[in-house]
Design a binder for this molecule. Structure first.
Ligand code: ASP
Ligand code: MG
Length: 430
């Protein structure tokens, strides 16, 4: 008998019908002879609605109280799901994150899991129950206050529980059929990936692919927990994310070994902004003081580029990107330190987008970079910043150019599928 951890996202449990559909799926997994632990997100857009509500009461709600409020969303879905399962004649018990033993640090709204002690869950499934766990939440080890793990955190709950319970697989049910070679909302000819390595998946997640959170994949890689991303709306095989290629059973060929593709996919991200520090003296220590200022403000940056300095002035410009939501803080911190750093002015641009090509195969294929730039130039897309890793190339362009650029690169690398196979079953994308 195996132990399966399943996670159902908000769009899968958006209404009573959805909850009943999910309950049936969970019962099927149980009837197939597995012990089942199901992690749920809040119904539909509940989390967003609760945040809106909090902001109407107070523009800057206290982190502790906001967490208390938001965790209510997952409590609603877990209780309803347990009821729906009982209605189908099976035993189910729901548990909050705290009851499930999800122990975190005390950073409200983006807590990190530091330990999972799933004793109650273990006992519950050993007694024959289906255990339903509220995702996205835990309890602080120090303060004993309730915490949340940051938006989309239920995936991380599922993987962390799977690791602690030594599960055979962590199935992440969502509103698309798996991980695609590009966002199906932008590229209708995006293709479903059968298998992808943790490494490529991490790069895609870091580059803006939203299907799995970076933190969740990181956790899965650390504990070597295979993730199966699939739709709760269809019965199709989804995408396996694991360290080793999987063997899939296909109707035509019997068994086939899934191979690593040269290129895994194209990701895009329009959530970042670009800050340019204009007129920086070209001498040692300048970059250090700019980025020390940013680090002291506890802001994470993504790409950096420094221009060649003008010979006549000895001044240069340094640009970097960071999440738009941190833009204001970055500008304020740099302005405050203007005299210390010594620059002329700051420019802020939030109309940018990032396009990234990801694939371990590019390590050994020298033509990939050239083909990538050719595809962008054929599409008439101008490049503003470039950054690379061993298995990724990213460029920053105008935000308006992003959809066109993603489609162009996707086609150029032969990733287009013959049919429009990408179905988006639910979710408002909010
Ligand atoms: N309900 C939370 C959110 O919307 C957590 C999750 O969906 O994973 O961010
Ligand atoms: Mg959600």
């Amino acid at each position: 008998m195996g132990l399966v951890v399943q996670k159902y996202g908000g769009s899968s449990v958006a209404d009573a019908e959805g909850i009943k559909r999910v309950a049936k799926r969970i019962v099927e997994a149980k009837q197939n002879g597995n012990q089942v632990v199901a992690v749920v997100s809040a119904m539909g857009d509940t989390t967003d609605e609760l945040i809106d509500l909090a902001e109407q009461v107070s523009p800057m709600p206290a982190g502790r109280e906001l967490d208390m409020l938001l965790t209510a969303g997952e409590r609603i879905s877990m209780a309803l799901l347990a009821m729906a399962i009982k209605k189908l004649g099976h035993e189910a018990q729901s548990f909050t994150g705290s009851q499930a033993g999800v122990i975190t640090d005390s950073v409200h709204n983006k807590a990190r899991i530091i330990d999972v002690t799933p004793g109650r869950i273990k006992t519950s499934v050993d007694e024959g129950n289906i255990a339903i766990v509220a995702g996205f939440q835990g309890v602080s080890q120090d303060t004993k206050d309730i915490t949340t793990l940051g938006r989309g955190g239920s995936d991380t709950t599922a993987v962390a529980l799977a690791a602690a319970l030594d599960a055979d697989v962590c199935e992440i049910y969502t509103d698309v059929d798996g991980v695609f070679t590009a966002d199906p909302r932008v590229v209708t000819k995006a293709r479903k990936i059968d298998w992808i390595s943790f490494e490529d998946m991490l790069e895609l997640a870091a580059s803006g692919s939203k299907v799995l959170l970076h933190r969740c994949v990181e956790y899965a890689r650390r504990y070597n927990i295979p993730i199966h991303v699939r739709s709760s709306f269809s019965g199709l095989q989804g995408t396996w994310v694991s360290s080793e290629p999987v063997v899939q059973k296909t109707q035509q060929q019997g068994e086939k070994q899934v191979e690593q593709a040269l290129i895994s996919g194209v990701a895009h991200d329009t959530s970042e902004a670009k800050v340019t520090v204009v007129g920086v003296p070209d001498k040692p220590g300048e970059a250090a003081s700019i980025f020390r200022t940013i680090a002291d403000a506890e802001l994470n940056i993504d790409m950096i580029v420094q221009n060649v300095s003008a010979a006549s002035t000895g001044l240069t410009d340094i640009s970097f990107t960071l999440p738009k939501t941190d833009g204001r803080k970055a500008i304020d911190a740099l302005e405050k330190n203007k005299a210390g750093i010594g620059f002329d002015s700051l420019r802020y641009d939030d109309q940018i987008g990032k396009i990234s090509l990801v694939g371990a195969g590019m390590k050994t294929n020298p033509g990939v970079t050239a083909d990538f730039f050719s595809a962008l130039s054929d599409a008439g897309v101008n490049i503003e910043l470039i950054s690379t890793s061993e298995i990724r190339i990213s460029v920053v362009t105008r935000a308006d150019d992003v959809p066109e650029a993603v489609r162009a690169v996707h086609s150029a690398f032969g990733l287009d599928s013959d049919s429009d196979e990408a179905v988006v079953y639910g979710g408002t994308g909010r």
